[in-house]
Write a new protein. Structure first.
Length: 356
């Protein structure tokens, strides 16, 4: 927490407005707008809800193909299933570890069933090659949705991830760079779409005094109490990004003499938020390292298992090049909490070195 969370929560209680609307919901949306430069923001109950609303507003449904990064967390793609659409997974490239623009272009130039949209993830807070990806989507007339759940604060040529496409989403889940304990934000340059998303997020109530419904909706709005936490958290976003990047640099310094270790790259002209420090081992079995870290009470996790390798998606279409499978086979996320100090990182690196 940053310091002002309880103060703002008390204000919410004083106002007696603990509903999923109120002053802090508006303030939180305004602070995301002014920080990221987006023109419309909608605070919702989770990043997953935000993705679901984006697909629903764009009219994506039964039988539609939706492209998505395969190297991601399942929260990126569950909403495709909620809409009865078909995910088509696209592999990563070595330059970014994120979605390969080359594979995307080749697929779009050759496919019979044109996808309606692409959900591209900026994994671990690091930019996908988003300008190139946006250009390809535009040329092929498909909607672009950015899953910036992990990448609040990351920029490409100075522009925030989440603001390049038709929709962007951020997550404020408990583990993210900022948290509201749980929550999300949908952003879009299109005000009509934002209004439609609000309509669906609040049970699709038609504008009558009585309750009138012509469509079904969801209960996806963010509570004023959680938004108060979000407003306080936004006050320290730049500090958090700086600290995450510092933690990454500490890891890099400590491990730079080990040839077999590679870190997740940062594309030129971009600034990632280094949400989690991600690295790969060319030779060593990372499970030995995971176990050794566990012994000193430090958590680490394998990189995300690609979606096309998940049993749930065994029948889904996937355009692969082996990159994400290799990353999953060789990679780990190491502890990256902003409460960590250099001595913690050194301690972890020492354990890694002893177990190579
Ligand atoms: C890449 C990615 N997409 C989507 C989500 C879903 O966000 P939420 O947990 O807020 O629903 C998360 C995080 O949980 C995520 O890491």
């Amino acid at each position: 927490m940053s310091g002002n969370e309880l103060k703002y929560i008390e204000k919410v209680f004083e106002s007696n407005y603990i509903a999923p609307l109120g002053e802090y919901v508006n303030k939180f949306e305004e602070s995301i707008k002014s920080y990221t430069g987006t023109s419309n923001a909608l605070a919702v109950s989770s990043g997953t809800a935000a993705l679901h609303l984006a697909l629903r507003v764009l009219g994506i449904g039964q039988g539609d193909d939706v492209l998505a990064s395969t190297f991601t967390f399942i929260g990126s793609v569950n909403a495709i299933l909620y809409q009865g659409a078909n995910p088509v997974f696209v592999d990563s490239d070595d330059a970014s570890w994120n979605l390969s623009p080359k594979l995307l272009k080749e697929y779009l130039e050759s496919c019979d069933n044109k996808p309606k949209a692409l959900i591209v993830t900026h994994l671990y807070g690091m930019n996908a090659d988003i300008e190139e990806i946006a250009k390809i989507c535009k040329a092929h007339g498909i909607y672009l949705i950015e899953d910036a759940a992990e990448s609040l604060g990351a920029t490409f040529n100075g522009k925030h991830t989440g603001t390049f496409g038709d929709f962007g989403i951020y997550s404020f889940n408990g583990n993210k760079i900022l948290t509201t304990s749980g929550g999300g934000m949908l952003v879009t340059p299109n005000q009509e779409w934002r209004d439609k998303a609000l309509f669906y997020a609040t049970q699709a109530k038609e504008p009558f005094l009585h309750y009138e419904h012509t469509e079904y909706g969801y209960n996806y709005r963010m509570s004023n109490v959680l938004a108060a936490i979000g407003v306080a958290q936004m006050e320290v976003i730049e500090e958090r990004v700086a600290k995450k990047r510092q933690i990454f640099e500490w890891y890099r310094e400590c491990l730079e003499d080990i040839d077999e270790i590679d870190f997740m790259p940062e594309l030129p002209n971009s600034r990632g938020n280094r949400w989690l420090t991600a690295l790969t081992f060319q030779k060593s079995d990372y499970m030995r390292i995971v176990e050794a870290l566990e012994e000193i009470n430090v958590e680490s996790r394998p990189l995300w298992k690609p979606m096309h390798m998940q049993p749930l998606f065994k029948d889904a279409k996937a355009i692969t090049n082996g990159t994400s499978e290799q990353l999953f086979a060789k990679g780990l996320c190491v502890a990256s909490s902003t409460i960590m100090e250099k001595s913690d990182v050194k301690h972890i690196c020492q354990t890694i070195k002893e177990n190579l």
